[in-house]
Design a protein around this ligand. Structure first.
Ligand code: NAP
Length: 279
């Protein structure tokens, strides 16, 4: 097919490290599907260079950035305008570069997770006991929509318990939201939904959560995703969880939400969900 040379809008995912990211492939597929003319690249940037890199990308025609570890809180601070989810989470994973100095920050992680849980996996959160493992950037992003659901009890557990306490303070502690240190999780009984928002085990280090948290009906959701089995999904399956899935669906749904913010058109996530479901 003949290639036409037209200038296109530039987007990128900024992080450190970022080489492993599937975002360029996902956004290129969305662009093809919707007929949007854009390019999407990887932007590896160390924390101390984050703001300069965002300004430079905007000054050279960049229209938007997805933001990943470790920049989500810096992206929130840099934003001159914020969407409601980023405002609540104090973290942004989507930047719209309105001009060199005007940046809008949104957070699509929570809506991405919620869509994957409730629409793709048909989970009903009403009256459920939910356990979230982790209190880093991803946990911040997923808490707002989970807190808006009609859950019975939500327990937040983190290796560094102070960080879990900070998050509960940030979200204005609902009375059915609790913090639990990792070493007391064994006393908390079982949960209907367990969300792993830690990066535990991903570098090959051993990890184990008490399996009394799991029942045969428990739905275990790992935010991490991999072409191989993730350590958390392996742990959940080994200990009899009813269902255990990786975070491919959240990755795809949060990307679709970012794409819709930037381009004002919502891509169909079904083909990508099907493609990655086999992982
Ligand atoms: P982060 O800000 O670096 O936070 C890491 C979290 O993992 C912290 O709570 C940390 O606890 C905990 N942790 C790290 N190593 C641990 C270990 N050995 N044992 C127990 N806890 C440990 O990272 P993040 O942005 O929140 O990302 C967390 C995970 O979510 C990553 O795997 C990331 O790829 C994934 N994620 C997926 C999506 C998606 O779309 N599917 C979106 C965002 C993130 P401390 O506070 O004690 O250090």
């Amino acid at each position: 097919m003949e290639q036409t040379q037209t200038t296109n809008d530039q987007y990128a995912v900024i992080g450190y490290p970022v080489e492993h990211s599937y975002s360029p492939e996902i956004h290129r597929i969305f662009a093809q599907q919707t007929g949007e003319n854009l390019s999407y690249e990887l932007l590896p940037v160390e924390p101390e260079n984050f703001e300069a890199a965002v300004r430079k990308f905007a000054a050279t025609g960049g229209k938007g950035l997805n933001v990943t570890v470790p920049h989500k809180e810096a992206a929130f601070k840099l934003s001159s305008e914020l969407g409601p989810e980023a405002q609540r989470a104090h973290a942004a994973n989507t930047l719209s570069l309105l001009s060199t100095n005007e940046v809008r920050g949104d957070n699509t992680d929570g809506i991405g997770l919620l869509r994957d849980l409730t629409q793709n996996n048909h989970l009903n959160l009403n009256g459920k006991r939910i356990l979230i493992l982790g209190a880093g950037g991803a946990a911040r992003g997923i808490l707002p929509p989970l807190l808006d659901s009609d859950f019975a009890e939500l327990v937040l557990a983190n290796r560094t318990v102070e960080k879990a306490n900070e998050l509960v303070e940030l979200f204005n502690a609902a009375e059915n939201l609790f913090v639990c240190p990792f070493n007391q999780l064994g006393e908390m009984g079982s949960f209907d939904l367990i969300v792993n928002a830690t990066s535990a085990g991903l570098k090959g280090e051993s990890f184990s959560f008490p399996h009394s948290c799991l029942g045969s009906w428990s739905f275990c959701y790992d935010l991490a995703y991999s072409a191989k089995q993730t350590p958390f999904v392996q742990w959940a399956r080994d200990h009899g969880a009813g269902n255990a899935v990786q975070g491919w669906g959240m990755l795809i749904e949060q990307a679709a939400e970012s794409f819709a913010i930037w381009r004002d058109v919502r891509p169909d996530t079904a083909p990508l969900l099907q493609k990655y479901a086999n992982h």
